[in-house]
Ligand binder design. Structure first.
Ligand code: 1HE
Length: 257
């Protein structure tokens, strides 16, 4: 399947999903949201991790505002749910996803980045939620995901005052886990994706599906769910082999280099 504004490239077991609508700053049209959804639904089973990247000077300018004009309330609600369905497949789909950020990561672009598991930002990155000044609200899961990264107070401030965070500030408050030099976010994302892809699939599954649930459970439930997940993970043959490899001196030690 090919799409006008999205490219899928496979490099061994890494999928590279690239927004290719640079002339419109990778603004997310309905067609592009659908393309994202279909791409993550149909990733080949050989893929172990994915990287999302954007062509041109900006990662993503958010919702395609030219499509907003004609919707009534019911259509707006259904439209928001199409974003939820697509971004849920990024967050809870087949594989861990790493966002390679640069330039504008704004509005729905920030919602897309927030659905990824790891965010790598280069020094040109900036984050904003212009929904506040456009008279609208987030609709792509931002009110659920963004407070988990930076807290409700910071998100409220961003939307009420139009505050823009630069790359350093964005890393400090928790938008990105990695901050790298200009033009190097993609390479760093690929490097990380290779490491993620080398994990036992059940470990990645636990991190994508168990950890977010556990962190929202009351402690007593969380401890129990953790114990269930730990029991399942360590009983897998791959876990036994990896532990044996370490004990036999065949696996890498933890190193601060
Ligand atoms: C767009 C969009 C867009 C650019 N929808 N067409 N998002 C926003 O409110 C952000 C709006 N965009 C901007 O503030 C700026 O475009 C950027 C800071 C991202 C980039 O600036 P710059 O100077 O590099 O580009 P530009 O000249 O502003 O834009 C280039 C073209 O892209 C131009 O079209 P052209 O035909 O005149 O060349 C722009 O109109 C077009 N463009 N951004 C449509 N967003 C699920 S709810 C989510 C709610 C939201 O995401 S609201 C926030 C929307």
């Amino acid at each position: 399947m090919t799409y006008a504004d999205l490219q899928l490239e496979l490099r061994d077991d890494i999928a590279i999903v690239r927004l290719t609508r640079a002339a419109k700053r990778n603004a997310l049209s309905d067609a592009l949201i659908l393309a994202l959804r279909h791409t993550f639904e149909a990733l080949p089973s050989t893929v172990r991790a994915a990287v999302i990247d954007g062509d041109g000077p900006h990662f993503c300018a958010g919702l395609d505002l030219s499509e907003l004009q004609e919707r009534d309330a019911g259509e707006g609600l259904r439209h928001s749910r199409t974003w939820h369905a697509a971004l849920d497949l990024v967050q809870s789909g087949p594989v861990p996803v790493i966002a390679a950020l640069h330039g504008a990561v704004v509005g729905g672009g920030l919602e897309l980045a927030s659905a990824c598991h790891i965010r790598v930002a280069d020094s040109t990155t900036f984050y904003a939620l212009p929904e506040g000044s456009r008279g609208i609200f987030v609709g792509g899961g931002g009110s659920v995901r963004i407070p988990k990264l930076i807290g409700t107070a910071r998100m409220t401030d961003m939307m009420m005052t139009g505050r823009v965070y630069n790359a350093e500030e964005g890393e400090r408050v928790g938008f990105a886990q990695y901050l790298v030099a200009e033009g190097t976010a993609f390479d760093k994302a690929i490097e990380l994706a290779k490491r993620v892809a080398a994990n036992a699939p059940l470990t990645n599954y636990a991190l994508m599906h168990a950890l977010p649930r556990i962190s929202e459970q009351p402690a007593d439930h969380g401890f129990f769910t953790e114990a269930l997940m730990a029991g399942i993970a360590q009983s897998a043959p791959e876990a036994k082999e990896r532990v044996k490899a370490f004990l036999d001196g065949r696996a890498a030690k933890v190193s601060k280099e």
